[in-house]
Design a protein around this ligand. Structure first.
Ligand SMILES: Nc1nc2c(ncn2[C@@H]2O[C@H](COP(=O)(O)OP(=O)(O)OP(=O)(O)O)[C@@H](O)[C@H]2O)c(=O)[nH]1
Ligand SMILES: [Mg+2]
Length: 244
């Protein structure tokens, strides 16, 4: 049977989706690309950069104006894409890394969400794209543009693990050289799958040995106060190693 030609509606929808994906990407690039910096309050982020100090009025010296402005050293940028099914904990990850407390309950990200974190040697831009079904279509548009992919999985969501696996493998196939950090989140929950189980169910043993794919256990925002498993610090340390 001859292949059916694509109807005009399908073509129009496909075109609109591609345009929206590009627009999202351009917005992100524009937001960060202009070097629009967020000023971190001391103590807001635990690696906090020193805030710039402006001179007081009585310290102002007109001769200073003639001095050439010192060139601001531009820090290099590193880009990290944060994906995973809705409710896995992506926004919580970004919040906790920024030194903010997790929000109560799940507030879905209807588009994208990003933070820029300064380090000694470079700045790290983390971009989350919402995990709801209609947004997953755009994920693949971004994977070739970043330095590392973080894929967050809800370790207690057994029912949807096959979906997570499918999406993860689509991304792995899209860019075979991209380092990937799979975060097995919500390990604090009693129904959470073990790391051995997750490695098997996510099909990670089958991934090429040469490839940089890591599976890390995490409890980014543990439900109980007494839980002592690692939060985000070990993920951040691995990211810094991969980005260096
Ligand atoms: N028990 C437990 N809950 C967590 C953990 N991390 C995040 N959560 C909760 O999981 C829910 C969803 O978290 P979000 O960060 O909003 O999920 P998301 O991946 O950004 O979801 P979308 O934006 O819809 O794609 C929130 O209620 C979080 O508090 C964890 O380590 N343990
Ligand atoms: Mg979110």
């Amino acid at each position: 049977m001859a292949p059916r030609p694509l109807g005009p509606l399908v073509l129009a929808l496909g075109g609109a989706a591609a345009v929206l994906g590009s627009v999202l990407f351009i917005l992100w690039k524009t937001y960060f690309g202009r070097g629009r910096e967020r000023r971190w309050d001391r103590g807001e982020a635990w690696w906090g950069a020193e805030a710039a100090r402006l001179p007081e009025w009585d310290e102002w010296d007109p001769e200073d104006e003639e001095d050439e402005e010192p060139a601001l050293e531009e820090l290099e940028q590193r880009e990290v894409l944060v994906l995973g099914l809705d409710g896995a904990g992506k926004s919580t990850f970004l919040r906790v890394l920024s030194g903010k407390p997790p929000l109560e309950g799940h507030i879905p990200t209807w588009g994208f969400n990003s933070v820029r974190l300064p380090t000694k040697d470079f700045e790290v831009d983390l971009l989350e794209i919402g995990g709801s079904q209609n947004l997953r279509f755009y994920w693949k548009e971004f994977v070739n543009e970043v330095d590392v992919l973080v894929f967050v999985v809800d370790s207690a969501d057994r029912l949807r693990l096959p979906w997570a696996r499918q999406e993860l493998h689509k991304l792995l196939d899209k860019d075979p050289d991209l380092p990937v950090v799979v975060v097995a989140n919500k390990q604090d929950l009693s129904e959470a799958m073990s790391m051995v189980e997750l490695q098997r169910e996510l099909g990670l043993q089958a991934v090429d040995n040469q490839r940089e794919v890591f599976l890390l256990a995490a409890s980014i925002a543990p439900a109980g106060p007494s839980f002592e498993e690692p939060g985000t610090v070990h993920i951040w340390k691995l990211l810094l190693e991969l980005l260096s």
